[in-house]
Structure formats: C-alpha cells, structure tokens
Design a protein around this ligand. Structure first.
Ligand code: NAD
Length: 187
C-alpha cells in the first residue's frame, strides 16, 4: 500500500477521472476527501468507499465559491489532522470556436481550470510546509500543449496555464536540495 494513512484531497471526485483517482488512493491505503459540486454522486461514492472499509469524507462545494476551499481545508484538518496530497482534478470544457464562444465561457473555463487550481494549492501549502511533506498533483491536458479543434479557445490556454503554474510551484516549493543554486529567472 503506497499511500497508507496519507490524507488526499481530490477535487472533481464525483465522477470520471477524479472518481478513479479517489478509488485508487483508497486501494493504496489513503484516507480521501472528496470535493465536488455534485452532492448526490459524491455521497454515493463516499458510501461506496466507507462500506468497503475505506475512509472518506465528502465535502460538497463549488471550488469557485468563497469560502468553499478554505472551509474544505478546515474540515479536512478537523477530521484527519493533516493534508498530504492535493489533486487538482476538477475541470470543465466548453465546445466552440473563437467566433461562437462567449466571453462568459472563456472566463468560466479559466476560472475553474486555472484560477481554482491556484486557489486550492494556495490553501494547502501552509499545512504541507508545517508538516514537512506534501504533494500537489495538477490534472492538465494535451490541449494545453497542442491546442485543440473542438474545445472552445479557453480550454487549451487554461491547461497551458496549469502547466506553467505546476512548474512555477515546483520551483518555489521544492526542497532546497532540488533547486539549483544557479536557477535562472525566466521572466
Ligand atoms: N476526459 C478526458 O478525456 C480528459 C482529457 C484531458 C484532460 N482531462 C482533464 O481531467 C479532469 C477530469 O476530467 P473528466 O473527464 O473526469 O471530467 P468530468 O466532467 O467527468 O468530471 C469533472 C468533475 O468536476 C466537477 N466540477 C466541475 N466544476 C466544479 C466546481 N466548480 N467545483 C467542484 N467540482 C466541480 C464536476 O461536477 C465533475 O464531477 C479535468 O481537469 C479535465 O480537463 C480530461
């Protein structure tokens, strides 16, 4: 069991890839905190895990609503006393082209996929630093590297942003021995 007694938070855990990640974490011995707006599916998954002997807490919240994420982190602390892994998986897609996509769709995709990856990461960093252990896993997409024909133009850029955010956090949060002393500035 590679994650025995680790505490993992998975956003967008009610279905799809997030659900698969949550179930894999439980199989590997982790306690999981399941985050999603879809309360019904989330509770079904929580029961499934608990009934099979795993430990899970479902926190139904919209990660774009304040103080959702901060409250979620407080609940995790109350329940488990630590946060070892955050998986920023929640994401949305809109279909369309530059001609058909609305500015509102652009904003929403950037907000859920990129800004909330930043917010959720920010919310757990202090806890991870205090306990001297932590992993943040961001779920991106090939569309962030290659662009995409069918998704509306906000999706690829949101995931490219996630890639850059991931690399930035890696540089800023890695233990000192992994940060080269001659690390250049790239701005
Ligand atoms: N499915 C694919 O082929 C694919 C390919 C590349 C990348 N991805 C990425 O993988 C991740 C998961 O994809 P999926 O296909 O499982 O998606 P999905 O739509 O099946 O599941 C996403 C989950 O996130 C939840 N969610 C959405 N907005 C939320 C919010 N504001 N607050 C809380 N929860 C919210 C949804 O309710 C849903 O349960 C996404 O980040 C997606 O961009 C997916």
């Amino acid at each position: 069991m590679r994650l025995k007694d680790r505490v993992g938070i998975i956003t967008g855990a009610a279905r799809g890839i997030g659900k698969a990640i949550a179930l894999t974490f439980v199989r590997e011995g982790a306690k999981v905190v399941l985050i999603d707006v879809d309360k019904e599916k989330l509770q079904i998954l929580e029961h499934e895990i608990v009934n099979n002997g795993g430990e899970a807490i479902a926190v139904s919240c919209d990660i774009t609503k304040s103080p959702g994420v901060v409250e979620m982190v407080n609940q995790v602390y109350k329940a488990f006393g630590r946060i070892d892994i955050l998986v920023n998986n929640a994401g949305i897609i809109r279909r369309g082209t530059i001609e058909t996509v609305s500015e509102g769709d652009w904003d929403r995709v950037i907000e859920v996929n990129l800004k909330r990856t930043f917010n959720c990461s920010k919310a757990v960093v202090e806890a991870m630093k205090t306990q001297g252990y932590g992993k943040i896993v961001n779920v991106s997409s090939i569309a962030g590297k290659m662009g995409d024909i069918t998704s509306a133009p906000g999706y690829g850029p949101s995931k490219a942003g996630v890639d850059a955010l991931t690399k930035t956090l890696a540089r800023q949060l890695a233990p000192p021995q992994y940060i080269p002393s001659s690390s250049p500035n790239y701005f």
